[in-house]
Design a protein around this ligand. Sequence first.
Ligand SMILES: [Zn+2]
Length: 222
Amino acid sequence: MRVKNIDQILSEIPKPRRHQKRKATKLRFFILAFVSLIGLMTLGWFNPEQVKALPPGQTAIATGSIWQQGSFPVENFQAYTSPYGYRRSPRGSGVEFHRGLDIAAPEGSYIRNWWTGQVVGLSDNTACGTSITIQSGEWKHIYCHMNGHVESGSNGTYLIDREGGIQIWKGQQVATGVRIGRVGMTGRTTGPHLHWGLKYSDQYIDPARVLREMYRQQTVSR
Ligand SMILES: [Zn+2]
């Protein structure tokens, strides 16, 4: 298989639908995204192994400025502690496929919605811990190991993190950049971090690719 360069890969990642911008928070996320790029470069993730792991069948879309609308998903960024892809299992000796990007931040740091969308899943009884899944067009973004838990009442199901002032209902619309929870230790985890998963058309992709393109476009837009 021919190895593609990163620009080709990024041009093949379809973009979520366009929605309103949140200019006020842009500078903050630019800074965070800059930090994220340093982290990505340090780890040198865009190697041929991961290129081969790209899901097939993604539609080619011309590069535009749309990615600059995305929000970096966590405040108080510390480090990328585990990339997307195959890794030695943190438990035992096997190899596993890590379906997301682990972003370490101090416990209690706020998690922000990457892209405007609808809350389609809430859970607190799997290895993912207390989690939210948000759908934005063909995209789904998944946030794991959050503080709080899920409750159900006559009005529906919601995630509650009282100390953090968070209450998110299943089915509700969430704007880009809104605080949707806090970094915690729920589920299977050895330290406080956000496990961030991204799916397009129900196939997992590497969130680092999206972050890198967000950084590139937010830099250009300034
Ligand atoms: Zn993870």
